[in-house]
Design a protein around this ligand. Structure first.
Ligand SMILES: Cc1ncc(COP(=O)(O)O)c(C=O)c1O
Length: 431
């Protein structure tokens, strides 16, 4: 007799209805996949192994047999993402952005080394922090490592300007000169404005310091040509998630601009950082979907990214017009898919995020703002418009959404109105 799965099916279908058709999803790290991507996601690759690289007519590069079809998919995904990113190398095997960061950290950093990153308070990602892979390069059993001691990696933080949303370029350059780090990392999770890649890359390249640009959030905007292009500005690596502004399956990617002997050595180390460093078999069933998403972005990426940014700016202005404190107003609120709201007027950000979701079907996450000290008591909400843009919302809907959000922030329940707005936008566009 088959096992009873009716309760599981019920939960899954409720999720599909709620987040797929009823809720306004504003989490900046999420997205929805096209029907074409979903169509290829349930497949036999799901239970298979393919460690190593695709076999070619020149050589056997896998550790298992039976890989001829994933070899084709992986080779196509690699060459097509290289074309899309206009870069020299790509590794499509990391299973997420975090795994991509792990691979590069394992490749480049050793205990006692020095790295410069964005702090969590100013939006940096936890994987760059003392408790993430960057800070915990060499672990000692039973011991919490202290940066600068115990053979862990010494972490320094990029200085910011007073507003907290931009790096202080001369001070950053001085810091690189002074510390001569073994790697620098730019890019972050609360990511409103481009980073000064060009200025920092200049000094890094003169000192032969690898620069990783963590584009987890903004990968789709970069590919759409609507955000800075870190390779044109001098970065060595771009890491990304393939499911945020790049609207594919949950995976990661490492892109490279390596040229010359030294840089190719970094790339060879990264190869080992990916496998065995951060993954073995790499969730093969999601790779055909990534290939389709690459093609969707090649075709529609420019329009999609431009609409995301137009929507984010429109929502920022509309919320400000409603009297909500939107951060970085003096800089036009944002140049990305994200907005940062200071919700201290309305209460505790954690409670507000919960209440927006439960009472109003508006899904966001609480977030530290640059002056916050306690991650458990943050002042902000981070919102991203990339998913609702993919569902077809434009500037006019951002106005409607702003007034519903204002009511939700005030603690009112606007679930019916939000669900009604969302019901007009259930088909995936740009695919
Ligand atoms: C800057 C940054 N890097 C890396 C990651 C991790 O990516 P993933 O969730 O794909 O592992 C995130 C996640 O949101 C991020 O914001």
């Amino acid at each position: 007799m088959s096992v009873d799965i009716s309760d599981v099916l019920d939960i899954v279908s409720r999720q599909n209805l709620w987040r797929g058709k009823e809720a306004v999803n504003l989490i900046a790290s999420e997205n929805v996949q096209s029907d074409a991507v979903k169509q290829v996601e349930v497949n036999d690759f799901m239970g298979r192994y393919a460690e190593g690289h695709p076999n070619t007519s020149d050589g056997d590069n896998r550790y298992y047999e039976g890989t001829q079809y994933i070899d084709q998919i992986e080779s196509m995904a690699t060459s097509e993402i290289i074309q899309l990113a206009k870069c020299k190398q790509a590794d499509v095997r990391p299973v997420s952005g975090n795994a991509a960061n792990t691979a590069v950290a394992l490749a480049i950093l050793r205990g006692g080394d020095t790295v410069i990153v964005n702090s969590i308070e100013v939006g940096g990602h936890i994987s760059h922090s003392p408790i993430g892979v960057v800070g915990r390069r060499i672990q000692i059993r039973g011991k919490v490592l202290t940066p600068g001691r115990d053979n862990s990696v010494n972490i320094h933080y990029w200085p910011t300007t007073e507003d907290g949303y931009h790096l202080d370029v001369p001070k950053c350059v001085d810091l690189v000169e002074e510390k001569s780090p073994n790697m620098v990392i730019l890019g972050k999770s609360l990511f409103l404005f481009p980073e000064p890649v060009r200025e920092i890359a200049e000094v890094c390249r003169a000192k032969n310091i690898p620069m990783l640009y963590d584009g987890a959030h903004v990968l789709g905007l970069i590919f759409g040509g609507q955000f800075q292009n870190p390779f044109e500005e001098g970065a060595h690596f771009i890491n990304g998630s393939t499911h945020k502004t790049f609207p594919g399956p949950q995976r990661g990617v490492i892109l490279g601009s390596m040229a010359g002997e030294q840089e190719m050595k970094w790339w060879t180390s990264v190869d080992r950082g990916v496998m065995p460093g951060s993954s073995s078999s790499h969730h093969l069933h999601t790779l055909p979907g990534l290939l389709i998403a690459i093609r969707e972005m090649a075709e529609h990426g420019k329009k999609y990214a431009a609409q995301i940014i137009a929507n984010a700016k429109a929502l920022g202005q509309a919320l400000a017009d409603e009297g909500v404190t939107v951060e970085a107003q003096e800089f036009g609120f944002t140049a990305s898919h994200q907005l940062a709201l200071n919700v201290t007027n309305f209460g505790n950000a954690k409670d507000i995020a919960r209440s927006l979701a439960e009472k109003s079907n508006i899904i966001t996450n609480f977030n530290m703002l640059p002056w916050d000290k306690d991650a458990r008591n943050p002042s902000g909400l981070r919102i991203g418009v990339q998913e609702m843009t993919r569902y077809g919302m434009k500037e006019a809907e951002m106005g409607e959404l702003a007034s519903l959000m204002k009511a939700g922030l005030e603690g009112k329940s606007v679930k019916d109105e939000v669900t009604k707005l969302r019901s007009r936008f259930t088909d995936v566009h740009f695919s």
